[in-house]
Structures are given as structure tokens and as C-alpha cells.
Design a protein around this ligand. Structure first.
Ligand code: TRP
Length: 332
């Protein structure tokens, strides 16, 4: 059996919400169960540094996000789970890769370009407020992927270009020295349909329309009641397409429940009832993870220990790789 290696970074910024769960966490955990995949999932805390300059906040977010993945079922025995900053070889590799990466390539990064155009619109200097961490972001990401010879990299649409850049950087190194790095491919890790938030727009922290994953039960219930619907009466037939409630329901309900709900939509069911039912299935899925999450957050040493063990295993590999890389470039 040909086992592919899957590598992906999780940026510890923002409290994880239902959109993150459906779009990224759930598919990543499913992939981890696939015997044809070897998965490496890490907390990209070095990447977060260009945006988060509050030490306490970065530390807390790293725990929150790591605890979320563990609570939802990430198994650190099956997946290699670690903190990026605990594998310092990645930073060494980043420097070596930077030395074969053309600056022009980095100038074309969408994330960087978006910041530049924003500055231009506001009559500011092109690079105003842009730090080198942001500029070098794609090189660090290339190091994350290439260090471990990743085959595939699940990412959201906004990170596809970064994976293409990692490929370009690998190619540049291989041509300059000798064939060393595998060329990775991206896998779009996004749900076919966009996960809608409370107001029907894409669920996103920046729209302030999220349902955080592990709020207390009564808060979850209240949030579900706040989901915006149209003004159809209880007896009127309703369309499951473009229904925020139905889209969310599908992610948490069984196939029979989904079929039943479809019939109810056709026959007429009140929005209050649909919301009660949505809350019930969401809570059923989140109840146990919610308490595991609480336990982990009360025992951060346990999280540290799990991440540290993972980092140890990742480092073994990273050190072997760095030995080769350093020889090839003349540092050894
Ligand atoms: N840039 C990714 C994000 O915004 C996080 C990330 C860091 C990553 N390093 C990576 C993703 C390597 C895939 C591979 O979420």
C-alpha cells in the first residue's frame, strides 16, 4: 500500500467555531483515519507571530486550538501532533530555502499584495505596517511542508498559492543543488458549500456571525435561535437549498434524520421547531467534546506534554533531513 503523507498547519488565532469544524477539522480527522494517509498536524505558532504580538494571547490561543482538536478526536498516536516552534530545525531550513527563493516570487503572494493595495487605497506607503514575518510567511510554510517530504497539503482556498510557492521553492532548491525535496500538492480542504453563519453570510470571525464550538449548552441554544430565516409561516413549504438551518443540520444529523427533515421542509414545519431540532443534533455531537475540552483546558500541562512528545518525534526526522540539506549546501 502506498501511504501518502499529509501535512498541515493550524494557525492558533481565533476561537474555533462551527465553520472551522465543518470546513477543516472534521475532514482532517476523517483523513487521519484513512490507512493510506500518514498525517502530521501542527500548531503553526511561528506563523501566528506576524499578527499576534501579545504573548499571553498567543499562548492561550495555542492551548485553545490544540485542546479543540484533541477534544474532537485527534489521536496523537495516529497523527503526529506538535507545536511548530518546538521543532527549531524548521527555522534553519527556512533560512536555507529563503536563500534560493526569489524575492519576486514573494512579491506576488496574494496575502502580501492585498496588504499593499490596502495601503495604496489609504494613501500610505506601500509596505506600511507589513513586517518581514508576513513577507516571509510562504517560505516558512515551505519549510513546514518540505522538511517532512509532505505529499499533500490540505488548505483553505486562501492558502493554495502558498502551497504552489512551496512547490516552486522545492524546485529551485532541487535545481540549484541536487534532487532533495518532494514537490507537494495542495488539497482543497473546503466544504463544497460555504458554511453559513448566524446571518447567512459565510461563517467568519470577521463578520461576527460565528457559533463557537464549545460554548455552554444554553448559549449554544440561544445562538441557534438567532440564526436568521425568512418570514415564511409554519405551515408553508420551505426550500432546503439556501437554508442556513438545513445546511448546518446536514453536518450533525444522521442520514435518516436528514431525510425526515427534508420531508418536513416540503410539508411545512415552523422555524422554531427546526431550530430546536438543530440544537438537539449539534449538542449531541458537541456534548462530550465540550467536556473533554474543559478538562484539557484545566490541565494545560497535559496539552504541553502531548505536543512535546509529538515534537520529539518530528524533530528526529527533521534532524536527519537537516543533516542531508546542510551537506548539500556546504554547511557541513
Ligand atoms: N497558513 C496556514 C493558515 O493560514 C497555516 C500553515 C502554516 C500551514 N504552515 C502550514 C498550512 C503548512 C499547511 C502547511 O491556516
Amino acid at each position: 500500500m502506498l501511504v501518502k503523507r499529509t501535512v498541515t498547519g493550524i494557525k492558533p488565532t481565533g476561537t474555533p467555531h462551527v465553520g472551522n469544524y465543518i470546513g477543516a477539522i472534521k475532514p482532517a480527522l476523517q483523513l487521519a483515519e484513512n490507512p493510506e494517509r500518514e498525517t502530521m498536524y501542527f500548531m503553526a505558532d511561528l506563523h501566528a507571530l506576524n499578527a499576534v504580538h501579545d504573548a499571553r494571547k498567543l499562548k492561550e490561543m495555542t492551548y485553545e486550538v490544540a485542546a479543540t482538536w484533541l477534544a474532537l478526536g485527534l489521536n496523537p498516536d495516529t497523527s503526529l501532533f506538535y507545536r511548530q516552534s518546538e521543532v527549531p530545525e524548521l527555522v534553519e531550513l527556512q533560512w536555507i530555502l529563503a536563500s534560493v527563493t526569489s524575492k519576486g516570487l514573494m512579491n506576488r503572494a496574494h496575502a502580501y499584495k492585498a496588504r499593499v493595495s490596502e495601503n495604496m487605497e489609504h494613501d500610505r506607503e506601500a509596505d506600511d505596517g507589513i513586517n518581514m514575518g508576513l513577507y516571509n510567511y510562504p517560505v516558512m510554510m515551505a519549510a513546514d511542508i518540505l522538511m517532512f517530504q509532505g505529499d499533500e497539503v490540505p488548505v483553505g482556498k486562501d492558502n493554495v498559492q502558498h502551497v504552489e510557492m512551496a512547490r516552486d521553492i522545492a524546485g529551485a532548491f532541487n535545481r540549484t543543488y541536487e534532487d532533495t525535496f518532494k514537490l507537494p500538492s495542495h488539497v482543497i480542504n473546503e466544504h463544497g458549500a460555504v458554511v453559513p453563519g448566524l446571518d447567512g453570510r459565510k461563517m467568519s470571525k470577521s463578520y461576527d456571525n460565528t457559533i463557537p464550538l464549545f460554548v455552554e449548552e444554553h448559549v449554544l441554544e440561544k445562538l441557534v435561535k438567532r440564526v436568521i430565516t425568512d418570514s415564511k409561516g409554519p405551515d408553508e413549504p420551505k426550500d432546503t437549498n439556501n437554508s442556513t438551518l438545513f445546511t448546518l443540520y446536514q453536518e450533525f444529523a444522521t442520514n435518516e434524520e436528514i431525510a425526515q427533515m427534508k420531508r418536513s421542509y416540503q410539508e411545512g414545519i415552523g422555524y422554531g421547531k427546526i431550530k430546536e431540532e438543530l440544537f438537539r443534533v449539534m449538542n449531541r455531537t458537541l456534548q462530550t467534546p465540550r467536556s473533554v475540552y474543559r478538562e484539557l483546558m484545566n490541565d494545560q500541562q497535559k496539552i504541553d506534554q502531548l505536543l512535546h512528545e509529538g515534537a520529539g518525534r518530528a524533530r528526529n526526522e527533521a534532524q536527519t533531513m537537516m543533516h542531508t540539506v546542510k551537506k548539500r549546501v556546504g554547511l557541513k
